[in-house]
Design a protein around this ligand. Structure first.
Ligand code: GDP
Length: 635
């Protein structure tokens, strides 16, 4: 290979290449000199390493986000040059627009600059070196199926452990409370529901140390119980199972234990590792054991915090009070939070004017994991947002401004999640070792079969892990879990809740629903092999609910329907659902508005739909799709 060809391959000037090669002691004369293949390979490697080293050592610090103009100044280039570079990457921006971190670093790299993030005041505050750590109370969340008794257990604990010391009972209710027992303290988060738990995780806040899964002894494990278990497992939080309602006449704790064994939570008394405890929120039986087991688990976990630093906490819930303005319930995780502290929380700042504890009493300072409601912020933050104390108003202001800019960027560039088409590329380039899947199917039998088939797909490089599987429509809790776990969501013969569909779109989550099992398996196998073939993707177009059914002499059975979402177009593919099950697949054959044939009908309108299927019934739901070809993306 000749030197000029090599230079072209490396994207450098031939003269420069010759100079560098001479420095590296390669014997080359001019750009027409040739080298054998092995030498060419070595040269390329050496030059790339050299280039990388040069760039690595050429560090320039910037504050992110950075505008095109500011980046150009830092790089000593004209903004217009950068705009051209960005255009080449199909990014149309103006010179005053902010660039996200990855884009800015990529551009700088082209100019042989290693762009580094200036350690912001915020980072500096959060990275404080730990002082002596002291023990702290565990933070506990109860999760489980609705009506299995989460609230009753929380109320029982609260009433038996708090109010007995209170004269006027509980005056105020906030989203968390702490109980003080002889052997220690426990903080309970009173925001039951695994969706809240995972939504908070998505904001970077896994504040729960222990999850209590509540299962009613008379009903056993339900779909939401499984969801809750999988959400806790995905977060890596230890689980204690409370089998509740043991006082109920048809309570059957052994049945529950058997079911638990099937979801990999084999009870300790059955030879497994899962702590289970029998309780009744009605009679109070077993509640003391539950509390003791929590403390025991906490002790094993050696939970500690730094009590002496500037405080850091997390928002458990927040609201707007008519009289007081924005109020946020904060769980302090590190340090002491005091009245008078300046703080930043989410995109708001403020000085703490007042703090109320879980009994509604004013307090002056709190330490890790005591929950308080604070009156400080200029707005209502989101659950899961971090709160931290800053030295003064000026730094609070600066940090908030920066955060708002970042929020703006996030709105423009949604976070990138794993896409099936890119899986192989990621395996190769980023050392990805696991494909996490959330699997939903129409019935239990199929769910097991599809799950087994997926897990059996051989792949040396990447493990397929099903982090949650369940029966029924894809819901927002599935998408939230996929978001925090960087998983993909795969459905088989199920519908997708409209809210979940929107959420998946906003968060950039890969969501695929299949009607044919081998297509599902083939796609995953192909993705694992980097050979995902072009396929027809069904793009949701609209949903109609059947309100009445009538027969027309010419057109056959017509379903009088209302378009609940999107629109329906004649000729498009459709699935007819009864409950979660697809009972018919076909095409929209006829579409009528008041006896008139029409091509399409939009959301909110009533119409008559014929799909050539006679067993259509009131209450059925018809989903309509367009079909989009997904091109194969190799490499
Ligand atoms: P959550 O939806 O999980 O918060 O459930 P709740 O705490 O609201 O309880 C649902 C229903 O079960 C209520 O009617 C409670 O009174 C009842 N319940 C809760 N715990 C027990 C219990 O230990 N025994 C009996 N018999 N009923 C209970």
């Amino acid at each position: 290979m000749r030197i000029h060809e090599l230079a072209k391959k490396l994207g450098v000037d031939s003269k420069e290449l010759i100079k560098k090669l001479k420095k590296l002691n390669f014997d080359v004369k001019n750009h027409m000199s040739s080298v054998d293949e092995d030498t060419a390979e070595i040269i390329m490697h050496e030059i790339k390493t050299l280039k990388h080293q040069e760039i690595e050592s050429n560090v320039i610090e910037v504050n992110f986000p950075v505008t095109v103009k500011d980046l150009a100044i830092k790089l000593g280039k004209k903004p217009s040059e950068l705009l051209v570079d960005l255009m080449k990457e199909r990014k149309l921006v103006t010179i005053n627009q902010n660039l996200d971190e990855a884009t800015a670093i990529g551009i700088a790299y082209k100019y042989k600059v290693n762009l580094c993030k200036k350690l912001s005041e915020e980072d500096a505050i959060l990275k404080v070196k730990a002082n002596a750590l002291k023990e702290r109370a565990p933070v506990v969340t109860l999760m489980g199926h609705i009506d299995h008794g989460k609230t009753s257990i929380l109320d029982y604990i609260r009433n038996s452990k708090i109010t007995e010391k209170e004269t006027g009972g509980i005056t105020q209710h906030i989203g968390a409370y702490q109980v003080v027992l002889d052997k220690g303290k426990i903080t309970f988060l009173d925001t039951p529901g695994h969706e809240t738990f995972t939504a908070m995780r998505a904001r970077g806040a896994t504040i729960t140390d222990i999850v209590i899964i509540v299962v009613a002894a008379d009903e056993g494990i339900k779909p939401q119980t499984v969801e809750a278990i999988d959400h806790a497992k995905a977060a890596g939080v230890p689980i204690i199972v409370a089998i509740n309602k043991i006082d109920a006449p048809n309570a059957n704790p052994d049945m529950v234990k058997q079911q638990l064994s099937k979801v990999d939570l084999v009870p300790e008394d059955w030879g497994g590792k899962t702590i289970t405890v029998l309780v009744s929120a009605k009679t109070g039986k077993g509640i003391d054991s539950l509390l003791e087991l929590i403390l025991l688990q906490a002790h094993i976990m050696e939970l500690k915090a730094d009590y002496d630093r500037a405080a850091v906490g997390v928002v458990v819930e927040a609201r707007l009070s008519k009289g007081k303005g924005p109020l946020a319930t904060i769980l302090v995780r590190e340090g002491k939070l005091r009245v008078g502290d300046w703080c930043v929380c989410g995109i708001y700042r403020g000085k703490i004017r007042a703090m109320y504890d879980d009994r509604g009493e004013l307090v002056k300072e709190v330490y890790p994991t005591v929950p308080v409601e604070i009156l400080a912020l200029a707005g209502v933050p989101n659950p899961g947002d971090q709160l931290f104390v800053v030295p003064n108003e000026k730094s609070a202001k600066e940090i908030v401004e920066k955060r708002r800019d970042e929020e703006d960027i996030k709105r423009i560039v949604p976070s990138a999640h794993l896409k099936l088409e890119d899986l192989y590329k990621k395996v190769k380039e980023e050392d990805l070792r696991q494909l996490k899947v959330i699997l939903k199917a129409d019935v239990g039998g199929t769910l097991e079969a599809v799950g087994d088939a997926l897990e059996k797909i051989p792949s040396e490089e990447v493990d397929l892990v099903i982090i949650h599987k369940g029966v029924g429509a894809v819901n927002s809790s599935d998408i939230l879990l996929a978001d925090v776990s960087d998983a993909i969501v795969v459905g088989f013969k199920v519908s997708v809740d409209p809210k979940a569909r929107d959420l998946a779109k906003n968060k950039g989550i890969e969501l695929r629903v299949y009607q044919i099992v081998y297509e599902l398996i083939d796609d995953i196998r192909a993705a694992l092999e980097g050979l995902l073939k072009p396929h027809i993707k069904k793009v949701f177009l609209g949903r109609a609910r059947i309100k009445s059914v009538f027969k027309l002499s010419k057109s056959g059975i017509i379903a009088g329907s209302i378009i609940e979402k999107g629109k329906i177009i004649r000729g498009t593919a459709c699935n007819l659902f009864r409950g979660n099950e697809v009972i018919f697949e076909g095409k929209v054959q006829s579409l009528k508005r008041f006896k008139e044939d029409v091509r399409e009908v939009a959301q909110g309108t009533e119409c008559g739909i014929g799909v050539g299927y006679n067993d259509i019934k009131e209450g059925d739901v018809l989903d309509v799709f367009t079909e989009e070809v997904i091109t194969r993306r190799l490499k």
